[in-house]
Design a protein around this ligand. Structure first.
Ligand SMILES: NC(=O)c1ccc[n+]([C@@H]2O[C@H](COP(=O)([O-])OP(=O)(O)OC[C@H]3O[C@@H](n4cnc5c(N)ncnc54)[C@H](OP(=O)(O)O)[C@@H]3O)[C@@H](O)[C@H]2O)c1
Length: 314
């Protein structure tokens, strides 16, 4: 089958042929129709999980998928051939990813049905970004009327996080690079801060003189940059990062730092899919490309500039 893979850590991703997998007991073989890109995909190719989990090479990239059940493995199974499903692949060994024509999934893994009214394409965009947005918002502990500063709000996670927070009545200050005010306001941001045009600190202080209730930083890989944003959090508030820099940051007295990690959950996938099917959650598509363009798209993701999600059509 066709797949996009790397033959070694840090090698260039390429479109190659790999053996089609067989579903084991309790698994399904899914014919992938769409796979979504996440920055984690190229981080894994760089070796982010080296020493953490076993790997197989060629290492097929990707975690998010939507497609149809093609084969049901031996034993009882809640899925049937032809079911429209989506989810997040990610069990070890690393390298059996979703940038491929087929992927196997355990029936009790992060896989569920695509509900009526939701396209397979939109479903494929939800798993990593949607579960991250929902779980990090819960971890931030903000409630209606409180303020939340989101750094990197225009990207895949940020676009969904902004909507979920705004729907709860949280006042989102969306920090972005570039003129994204109209787009972020449409997603529910109360204010948009273009960090290339204005001093983010001054803008945050002007909007929230007593300090923000929580920070979610989706961008800063440098603990000092995270520290600078966390300085605006009021005592008792939380500063969360998806970039594992909270442990090394110097946080203000009384501010709790959190190195957030997303956890897969089929139940949460159902909730996100229902919200997307109802039109309550919009998933902005930055680019839709054929699978063979994945190597270029991964390079683009590394360079930055995401405005929503990139999806590959198989
Ligand atoms: N720990 C976890 O469990 C977990 C889960 C999901 C994601 N993540 C990580 O979280 C990060 C965000 O994920 P994503 O899917 O949203 O990535 P993405 O789609 O690439 O979005 C990142 C966004 O940040 C913007 N950005 C970059 N530098 C910025 C800056 N200095 N100020 C404001 N905006 C900036 C980018 O646009 P510009 O380049 O144009 O500014 C882009 O819009 C990634 O590093 C990902 O690996 C971690």
């Amino acid at each position: 089958m066709r797949a996009v893979a790397v033959k070694a850590f840090k090698a260039e991703p390429e479109l190659i042929q790999v053996p089609k997998p067989d579903p084991a007991e309790g698994e399904v073989l899914v014919k992938v129709e769409y796979a979504a890109l996440n920055p984690f995909d190229w981080r894994v190719a760089d070796g982010a999980l080296e020493g953490v989990a076993p790997h197989v090479f060629p290492l097929v990239l990707g975690g998010d998928f939507a497609g149809r059940v093609d084969v049901v493995g031996p034993g009882d199974n809640r899925f049937r051939v032809g079911d429209a499903v989506f989810g997040q692949a990610g069990r070890p060994p690393v390298g059996t990813g979703t940038y491929a024509e087929y992927v196997t999934m355990p029936q009790d893994g992060a896989i569920t049905y695509v509900p009526d009214g939701l396209s397979l394409k939109t479903a494929s965009l939800l798993p990593t970004a949607g579960m991250t947005a929902a779980q990090i918002l819960a971890a931030a502990g903000v409630t209606a009327g409180q303020s939340l500063l989101v750094i990197g709000a225009a990207g895949g996670v940020g676009s969904l996080l902004t909507q979920l927070a705004a729907a709860r009545g949280v006042r989102v200050l969306a920090a972005v690079r570039g003129d994204e005010e109209q787009r972020m306001a449409a997603l529910g941001a109360a204010a948009t801060i273009d960090v290339t045009a204005q001093d983010a600190g001054s803008a945050v202080r002007a909007g929230c003189p007593a300090g923000i209730d929580a920070l979610i930083d989706l961008v800063s890989a440098d603990p000092d940059a995270f520290t600078a944003y966390a300085a605006h959090v009021r005592p008792g508030g939380r500063a969360l990062t998806t970039r594992s820099v909270a442990g090394a940051a110097r946080l203000p007295q009384g501010v709790e730092g959190v190195d957030f990690q997303q956890h897969p959950s089929a139940a949460l996938l159902d909730t996100l899919a229902a919200a997307a099917a109802d039109g309550e959650l919009l998933v902005p598509v930055d680019a839709e490309l054929p699978l063979e363009k994945a190597p270029e798209a991964l390079a683009t993701s590394r360079a930055g500039g995401a405005r929503g999600k990139t999806v590959f059509a198989l």
